[in-house]
Design a protein around this ligand. Sequence first.
Ligand code: SF4
Length: 189
Amino acid sequence: KELGEMSLKDIDQVARTAFPLCMRHLFDTLREDHHLKHGGRMQLGLFLKGVGLKLDDALAFWKAEFSQKVGAERFDKEYAYGIRHNYGKEGKRTDYTPYSCQKIILSTPGVGDHHGCPYRHFSEENLRAALGKMGVSSRALDDVIEKAKTKHYQLACTLTYEAVHGSSCDAGINHPNQYFSDSQKILEA
Ligand code: SF4
């Protein structure tokens, strides 16, 4: 596999090991509910584009999930456009860039939305459960929660990264795609 390419057969494994919590949550929700609202489709869709998922694979990926909820025909009619749009194939043909942490942290998810930054937008209870699922040990978990409570969301994410990978991240996390590429470097080393 070439560097910077993501194949569909690897995506579940990679999501478990190298996605930051915000993307892991969107990914798991999509797999479970077979649906994401607009904000989630944008945040996860552009992230996946950034990790190297090609347009055809992205269409196949989203269609496989949405078809189970709304049917293949409605996917093609209502949702495929948005995915092609993210890749600059529709509308103004802008090649959109994945969202930074700052943008995600400042977003305002409403009821039924799953986008945003979990360190900011989750309740403490949900955050604890999600971090447990990520494999953060109970000792590290309290430090992460403390950072989140004091509104140091990116530091909380950095501590999670360090706990999950057992490796330091001196630069800190400022972009979900940076979390991903730093994780990949460690996992492939
Ligand atoms: Fe995602 Fe950034 Fe929040 Fe981490 S700090 S969960 S990468 S938005």
